[in-house]
Design a protein around this ligand. Structure first.
Ligand SMILES: Nc1ncnc2c1ncn2[C@@H]1O[C@H](COP(=O)(O)OP(=O)(O)O)[C@@H](O)[C@H]1O
Ligand SMILES: [Mg+2]
Length: 206
């Protein structure tokens, strides 16, 4: 059923995911590939409502509620958008996916990582990224890039983001073939040149 390529962009807030995803989409389109870009949480109708709660709800959001909302959004997104696009042979570029749950809710919120991996499996129903680009940046630089206008998740503080960064690095060590580590402290152009090389290699070997 799956024919396209599924590429996810991961890393802490401010690492440059959205910037690099847009550059990647333009590069692939210029070279004649059919590309769609998307994001988690909140790419589609139900998802947009979930995103509003996750990022902007003013009252308490219990940790377990947060976890299920991210997973519910993912299940809907995979089923109604990602799988159909891959079935049509498209390259799907997705801003955050399963690794964000492990890094943020698992390592950041210190919830049961094995359980989260199982719940992720239920949400994606067999789908796995062909490639994940992990943009690693120092927590200090990331915080500076995010600036002062922070959403609910971005406001979690330096200690939380150090745990998230460490979580991502652990995931990369566990999945060295799927997750490619990119030094995102460098300039936008230097980071993109690394991204381009990895993507060209992936397409060549498809
Ligand atoms: N390599 C980089 N060097 C300097 N600034 C960057 C770099 N990558 C992104 N930025 C800037 O940092 C901010 C956050 O980037 P963004 O792509 O939105 O990160 P993310 O989507 O990972 O949160 C933006 O203002 C962007 O222009
Ligand atoms: Mg972004």
């Amino acid at each position: 059923m799956k024919k396209g390529l599924f590429i996810t962009f991961e890393g802490s807030d401010g690492c440059g995911k959205t910037t690099q995803l847009e550059k990647t989409a333009s590069f692939l389109k210029e070279n004649g590939f059919e590309v769609v870009t998307t994001r988690e949480p909140g790419a589609l109708d139900i998802g947009k409502k979930i995103r509003e709660i996750l990022l902007h709800h003013k009252g308490t959001v219990a940790d377990r509620c947060e976890m299920f909302l991210f997973l519910a959004d993912r299940a809907q997104h995979v089923e109604t958008f990602i799988k159909p696009a891959l079935g049509e042979g498209k390259i799907v570029l997705c801003d955050r996916h399963t690794d964000s749950t492990i890094a943020y809710q698992g390592y950041g919120r210190e919830r049961d990582i094995k359980l989260l991996k199982d719940l992720n499996e239920i949400a994606v129903n067999g789908l796995k990224p062909d490639l994940t680009l992990l943009f690693d940046v120092s927590t200090e630089i990331a915080q500076k890039r995010v600036g002062n206008e922070k959403d609910r998740m971005e406001s979690l503080g330096t200690n939380f983001f150090k745990k998230v960064r460490n979580g991502y690095l652990e995931l990369q060590k566990e999945n060295p073939n799927r997750i490619k580590l990119i030094n995102a402290n460098n300039s936008i152009e230097n980071v993109f040149s690394e991204v381009k090389n990895i993507i060209i290699e992936l397409i060549k070997n498809k």
